[in-house]
Design a binder for this molecule. Structure first.
Ligand SMILES: Nc1ncnc2c1ncn2[C@@H]1O[C@H](COP(=O)(O)OP(=O)(O)O)[C@@H](O)[C@H]1O
Ligand SMILES: [Mg+2]
Length: 252
């Protein structure tokens, strides 16, 4: 059974950035094979990993609503298409969920998707899901048991309270979380004692254990501007080092 790691948090806090660093970590530690799922409609995890996207799961579901090739069942068709959607890299595969459902009934398509995902999941040791703020894709993919939830926040008290509320969205979706933690991202370096105290106070008022703080990093910005993969960042870069320490502690 693969371990499922999901990222959550409001837009722009660093979920995709941390997903890319996590995939780097798991690959380098040989905790492979990994399935990376980009569950943001506006897929961009591939860019941070230096990959081109294939067709998205959203496109497949749309096709599944229409006419079928007569010599194939819907399950076979879905299975074939999902394999086309997988982008293969060293140690991991990447898949993008794409656009949400348009008008019409997707129940059957989603049922086939859930079954195909169950089969597919068996091929991996870890599944990393980079979510958008709402986490509906998780239930759509039939991922109801999350081993690790990483909730990402900006370094403000209000941001941390928002992270707490987003973590609570999993309840109504029927998703069970085994272990969760908060990562406070883009903390200015050096951080004032005042800011650190504010962060600690806000974290203490939530039921989210603190995974750690990640610094604002010029190296990440430069890498993104240059269009280079985060996988090529040196492990000695401070934000990479700190992220790896957090992952190592949290995933043990
Ligand atoms: N620790 C960091 N230091 C500097 N820039 C960061 C950091 N984390 C994220 N960013 C930048 O912030 C922006 C939003 O990050 P992103 O990971 O796309 O957020 P999300 O996926 O939550 O919407 C990106 O331009 C990213 O490069
Ligand atoms: Mg993102």
């Amino acid at each position: 059974m693969p371990k499922i790691i999901a990222l959550a948090g409001k837009g722009g806090v660093g979920k995709t950035t941390i997903s890319a660093l996590l995939i780097k970590y798991l690959s380098e530690k040989k905790m492979t094979p990994i399935l990376a799922v980009d569950a943001d409609a506006n897929a961009n995890l591939n860019e941070l990993l230096g990959l081109e996207l294939g067709i998205t799961i959203g496109q497949i579901r749309k096709e599944l609503k229409g006419e079928m090739q007569p010599n194939m069942t819907r399950d076979q068709y879905m299975e074939m298409k999902v394999h086309q959607a997988l982008v293969e890299a060293t140690g991991f595969d990447l898949m993008a969920m794409g656009q949400p459902d348009g008008p019409g009934c997707y129940c059957a398509a989603n049922q086939h998707l859930a079954m195909t995902m169950d089969h597919l999941a068996d091929n991996y040791q870890y599944i990393v899901v980079d979510n958008e703020a709402g986490m509906e894709h998780l239930s759509r993919m039939n991922l109801r048991d999350i081993d690790y939830l990483l909730v990402v926040s900006d370094p403000s008290a209000r941001g941390i309270m928002t992270a707490k509320r987003i973590a609570e969205l999993t309840g109504p979706l029927g998703i069970r979380i085994k272990k969760k933690c908060l990562i406070v991202n883009r903390v200015p370096e050096p951080a004032s004692e005042e800011l650190l105290a504010k962060i600690r106070e806000a974290v203490d008022s939530t039921d989210l254990p603190l995974g750690g703080l990640l610094p604002a990093s010029n190296e990440l910005v430069a890498q993104e501007i240059a269009g280079k993969s985060y996988l090529d960042l040196a492990d000695s870069v401070p934000v990479v080092k700190k992220a790896f320490a957090i992952f190592s502690e949290f995933l043990n």
